[in-house]
Design a protein around this ligand. Structure first.
Ligand code: ADP
Length: 330
């Protein structure tokens, strides 16, 4: 049995990935920029059955054995690894997310990045982070960015060689925190992978894509200068632009809950009335990510704790790239 275990941080996008230019290769419509998270991560063990006895891949996620239907996306990803290594072995995969799955905290990003790193390591494939980023991208676009720590950009590109992530700055560059207000830990009804395919039905998509290069430049500069008041307005604008595209797709994707809006209003009130340096962003889900510097995080957590709709708070610092662990989950 060839076995390996990887731990990979999720990431929060400051300029989002939404919509695909090429469905087969999973090429996005623009670049995107994110921060890899230290404290919201996936740990995955992949054990390949080199005896050839196992008939199909077995996937256990957060302690529950997944049905064949729920394992399909994983099996398709393992097929890519099997092709690369020239083997037909099936695998036992056990994975744990230390945060709610499929609710807008990018479990698919850390999940598919961890699967790629552990799966390739267990096969003895020695691939650099750029190559691993391209492989992870095939099953989850945002997974391409979790192959690097700190502040990361994913180049749109047009092929496996060019549509890859690259690091902008390491995690030590800026002590920027992501305080996630969980208003619902429930699984969303339509996965992000399904949502990307609807983006082109929105009349607002072209408007967002026309603006995004300017926003990317602004975010790169703000991160380089560690300037939260330059970063914040752009990330709020892009999150609202992405959700406008989602809401105006056919069928319409309305990820927000009443609690989502309560938090957006509160963040703006705290900033405008009390001068608290905090900005929001929202991924494909109802939960709100509050971005602030380390010294403000405790105050943000305390204020969130007093809002009725907040079920749980997950706080994370910028994190490292993937790590291989000696202890396995199987
Ligand atoms: P999220 O906002 O959490 O990324 P998505 O709908 O985009 O939600 O992705 C959720 C899907 O990602 C799950 O249904 C599952 O297919 C996959 N996924 C989540 N966690 C893992 C994991 N640890 N390992 C493999 N795949 C995972």
């Amino acid at each position: 049995m060839s076995i390996a275990t990887a731990r990979v941080g999720s990431n929060i996008a400051f300029i989002k990935y939404w919509g695909v230019a090429d469905e087969t290769l999973n090429i996005p419509l623009s670049n995107s920029i994110s921060m890899t998270l230290a404290d919201a991560h996936t740990t995955t063990t992949v054990a390949w059955d080199d005896t050839g006895v196992l008939e199909r891949d077995v996937f256990v996620l957060d302690g529950a054995t997944q049905s064949t239907a729920r394992s399909q996306r994983l099996t398709r990803h393992l097929d890519i690894l099997r092709d690369l290594a020239g083997v037909e072995w099936r695998a036992w995969v056990t994975s744990e997310n230390n945060f709610p799955t499929a609710s807008g905290i990018a479990s698919s990003a850390s999940g598919f990045a961890a699967l790629t790193v552990a799966g390739c390591a267990a096969l003895g494939l020695e691939l650099d982070a750029t190559r691993l980023s391209a492989i992870a991208r095939r099953s989850s676009g945002s997974a391409s960015r979790s192959l690097f720590g700190g502040f990361v950009e994913w180049a749109q590109g047009d092929s496996d060689e060019t549509s890859v992530a690259f690091p902008l700055h390491g995690p030590e560059h800026w002590d920027l925190w992501d305080v996630v207000a969980v208003v619902s830990g429930e699984e969303k009804k339509l996965s992000s992978a399904g949502g990307h395919l609807l983006a082109k039905t929105s009349p607002l998509l072209d408007g967002r894509i026309a603006q995004v290069d300017g926003w990317l430049a602004e975010v790169r500069a703000a991160i380089a200068e560690r300037d939260l008041h330059r970063l914040g307005p752009v990330i709020e604008l892009d999150a609202l632009a992405m959700h406008s595209v989602m809401m105006t797709s056919t069928p319409s994707l309305l990820y927000w809950q009443p609690g989502t809006l309560e938090i957006l209003q509160a963040v703006r009130r705290w900033r405008e009335e009390d001068g608290l340096a905090v900005y929001f962003t929202i991924d494909a889900g109802p939960n709100v990510h509050l971005i602030c510097e380390a010294e403000t995080a405790l105050e943000v957590e305390t204020r969130l704790g007093s809002l009725r709709s907040v079920e749980r708070i997950i706080t994370s610092r910028p994190g490292p790239g993937p790590q291989l662990l000696d202890e396995h989950l199987i």
